[in-house]
Design a binder for this molecule. Structure first.
Ligand code: VGL
Ligand code: ZN
Length: 243
């Protein structure tokens, strides 16, 4: 290719440029079939893009700030946008500090099962719990806060960790005839994954936009999350797949 190009006359170059664009054109139907255009029945669900999960916060996720411009841009493709905030009480049961002789990232058995213990984070009303200042979602219609029951965590935007208490998000989406959700935000392997798995369980067509998420990756949790999501029928896409 390179040596041909060097010997091309200008006319020859123009011809080969045309040939190249035809070949490119032939490839584009494949791209078009793979790309998704969110409609009136789709919602972008922006999970926990809060100061706590970004550098300088209490539970920073590596590269967390990088999702902000990607999400801001994606928002232009959606008629429906929902935002979530992790919203814990002081002394929340998911905080290591609430348990004797426990350190962050250890686990504990609570009434509803095994709970990973975290540094104190996203305490209600604190700057740490605020949405990142560069997140620009003026058309978002709902902010849903979760994890506000002191004794129960809620990674999922749909259902608390007791697997009984609904946040109300599913009923809201269903009332608005939304059957397809696109999940972005933090963290891929916790709140995004749990929300995606519950969305599938509740019957939503579910996409996770991988490059609009970042992970905590604790003891292989990221690979495990992608495996579970694939098994549940969650579609893994990139921001460039959305038109
Ligand atoms: C999250 C750990 C603890 C998350 C929330 O948003 O993924 N992770 N609380
Ligand atoms: Zn939390």
């Amino acid at each position: 290719m390179t040596s041909n190009t060097i010997n091309l006359s200008r006319r020859g170059f123009v011809q080969s440029a045309v040939a190249f664009s035809i070949a490119g054109g032939a490839a584009s139907p494949v791209l078009a079939a793979d790309s998704v255009k969110p409609g009136a029945n789709s919602a972008l669900i922006v999970i926990d893009v809060q100061n706590c999960f970004i550098d300088g916060g209490t539970l920073p996720v590596k590269g967390g700030a990088e999702v902000v411009p990607i999400i801001n841009k994606l928002a232009g493709s959606f008629q429906n946008i929902v935002v979530t905030q992790d919203w814990h009480t002081p002394g929340h049961a998911s905080f290591a500090s609430a348990h004797t002789a426990k350190k962050p990232f250890e686990t504990i058995g609570l009434s509803y099962g095994t709970q990973v213990l975290w540094p104190d984070h996203c305490v209600q009303g604190s700057d740490d719990a605020a949405l990142h200042k560069d997140l620009k979602l003026p058309t978002a219609q709902l902010i849903i806060r979760k994890g506000f029951n002191k004794g129960v965590d809620s990674y999922s935007a749909f259902e608390e960790a007791d697997r009984k208490t609904a946040t109300g998000l599913a009923a809201y989406l269903k009332a608005r005839s939304i059957d397809t959700v696109f999940l972005v935000g933090l963290a891929t392997d916790f709140c995004v994954a749990w929300s995606a798995l519950d969305a599938r369980k509740l019957g939503f067509t579910t996409y996770v936009v991988e490059d609009a998420t970042r992970a905590i990756d604790l003891n292989g949790s990221l690979a495990a999350a992608w495996k579970q999501m694939a098994e549940a029928g969650v579609k893994r896409i990139q921001a460039s797949d959305i038109s």
